[in-house]
Design a protein around this ligand. Structure first.
Ligand SMILES: O=C(O)CCC(=O)N[C@@H](C(=O)O)c1ccccc1
Length: 368
């Protein structure tokens, strides 16, 4: 597949409500989209999930744009065949920047699959035509406000609730939700906010029968998570720590995780995400697909990934209106608590030109 060039397009997507985590509050998304254009006029889209600031991981959107512009696109254009599998060779020589790499690789994968007329879900090995939807609920100013938000999401049909937690907002909110809503599927996400010294406190979550406790400790504290797993009954799920299939194998072998959140942007793309899925499946470790507040482009690809056999828990694949008043693609809409897996070639959705124009803040074309 010959690529004539790439478009880097920045869009500003206001969130329907502020989204607060242990590392900050998001009011809008400054998203970088990558569009690959091939010689015969086909195109493919990739969404970079890096946030505006390096708070979830070391990447941030301006930095990702620079790495894509200076290093990743030249690496692709230097290849005789801009194949998404083959770009992993020159990309491996560039250290880090998985979200930037994922955006470029996904644009190439989308183009290749559109040309072949193959849906991404089929290419990845999907076994379902719809996936159960979970929803992520941010840290709130009060417990009544939290209960109102959870009640609304359950009324919409979400099948799993994930509560963001941090020191000072953990046991009480979980207790309140469990007492109010009974035995719903419920889990928590700490985004690295605790240390091993908090083990006894985190064990206070055990009576609430949570599905999992996500990333309680810093992303590089694998030993700490293995130690914590011996002190709490709630299953540990890693997110930020799982940067590759090898990292997943190591964390599993060391007893640091018993569930894995797969995020393609965090591991460098959907091809490595499938490898993480396969390593976890080989070890009997359940996985689910996390989210980074994606637009319909990234959301479509995540829903395809969530249809793989090992994805046995509802993911953070929520409906578009969880975050956006108007998505740049046809909105993903909850149906009986599920999202339909796109059936079109590639990621299976296209940006609506008018919606895209409305939110575009910058665009640049980078050619051979
Ligand atoms: O539904 C979604 O897309 C968001 C799910 C979610 O909570 N993402 C969290 C996370 O740490 O997993 C996040 C929020 C903000 C920024 C980055 C990540």
């Amino acid at each position: 597949m010959k690529v004539t060039g790439f478009e880097l397009r920045r869009i500003a997507m206001p969130l329907v409500s502020p989204f607060r985590t242990s590392f900050g509050v998001e009011h809008d998304r400054d998203v970088l989209l990558v569009r690959a254009v091939t010689e015969d006029g086909a195109e493919g889209w990739g969404e970079c999930v890096a946030m505006s600031e390096p708070l979830y991981s070391s990447e941030y959107v301006d930095g990702a744009a620079e790495v894509i512009r200076r290093f990743l696109i030249p690496a692709v254009l230097s290849l005789p065949d801009a194949d998404p599998y083959q770009v992993e060779v020159p990309f491996a020589k560039i250290k880090g920047h998985p979200m930037a790499k994922a955006a470029v690789q996904t644009a190439l994968l989308d183009a290749k699959l559109r040309i072949a007329g193959m849906p991404l879900a089929a290419h990845l090995g999907a076994v379902r035509d719809r996936v159960p939807a979970g929803v992520s609920v941010g840290i709130m100013d009060s417990i009544p406000e939290l209960l109102e938000a959870v009640e609304g999401y359950l009324a919409e049909g979400y099948l799993r609730i994930k509560l963001k937690i941090q020191p000072g907002w953990d046991v009480e909110p979980v207790r309140a939700v469990r007492e109010r809503f009974g035995d719903i599927l419920l889990q928590v996400d700490a985004n690295t906010a605790y240390t091993l010294a908090d083990a006894r406190h985190l064990a206070k979550l055990d009576p609430f029968e949570l599905l999992l406790m996500e990333q309680p400790l810093p992303e590089d504290d694998i030993r700490g998570h293995a130690e914590l797993a011996k002190q709490v009954r709630t299953p540990i799920c890693l997110d930020e720590s799982i940067t590759s299939a090898r990292a997943a194998a190591d964390a599993i072998a060391l007893g640091a995780t018993s569930v894995v959140n797969i995020k393609p942007g965090r591991v460098g793309g959907y091809l490595e995400a499938r490898r993480v899925h396969d390593v976890c499946a080989a070890n009997g470790v359940p996985v689910w697909v996390g989210g980074m507040l994606e637009t319909g482009i990234g959301r479509a690809a995540n829903v395809a990934l969530a249809a793989l056999p090992g994805c046995v828990l509802p993911g953070d694949t929520s409906a578009s209106d969880r975050y956006f008043r108007r998505d740049i693609t046809a909105p993903f809409v909850l149906a009986d608590g599920h999202l339909a897996v796109p059936t079109g070639p590639g990621v299976g959705v296209d940006p609506d030109p008018d919606a895209l124009a409305e939110v575009t803040t910058a665009t640049e074309w980078i050619a051979r």
